[in-house]
Design a protein around this ligand. Structure first.
Ligand SMILES: [Zn+2]
Length: 154
């Protein structure tokens, strides 16, 4: 199944030896249910649209196949984490995810420090809840607009 998606990616690339350098994640969506379709044929909930910078070919992959074809699986971990936050299946933000989110330039300094101090707390005060909700919204908006390289020169 992964070979299938990778095979499709190679066939749509200019450089057949190092195809990943040409591809960027250009948008991400959570369909809520498995309503989408991966390039390998599997039905998918999380939809990653990737674009080839050289020939503008596009491909749609699910979270499993995109992890299997990129060298930067930590990037996809961060993205999936935030989509799960948005869907409400996750609630706390560990230091690990705060740091990786910062590494992707999805947080400014204030937001990063805020997440380090309150991201893991179960109970927040009114103002803190508002700030956390605003940060979540910002991060998720930025993620959905894409722009992530699938190769290591991030
Ligand atoms: Zn797939």
């Amino acid at each position: 199944m992964h070979m299938n998606a990778y095979g499709n990616l190679v066939s749509l690339s200019e450089d057949k030896k190092e195809p990943l350098r040409e591809w960027t994640v250009t948008s991400v969506a959570d369909l809520g249910k498995r309503l989408g379709s991966c390039s390998c044929g599997t039905s998918i909930r999380y939809l990653f649209r990737i674009t080839n910078e050289k020939n503008l070919n596009t491909l749609t992959l699910g979270s499993t196949c995109i992890k299997s074809v990129t060298d930067e699986s930590w990037v996809l971990d961060v993205i999936t984490f935030w989509l799960e936050m948005e869907a409400g299946t996750r609630h706390q933000i560990s230091h690990h995810y705060a740091k990786d989110t910062k590494r992707l330039h999805l947080l400014d300094d204030f937001e990063f420090k805020f997440l380090l101090s309150v991201g893991q707390k179960r109970k927040l005060y009114g103002k803190q809840t508002e700030t956390l909700d605003r940060i979540k919204e910002h991060v998720i908006d930025r993620i959905k607009c894409g722009g992530y390289k699938m190769w290591s020169d991030l």
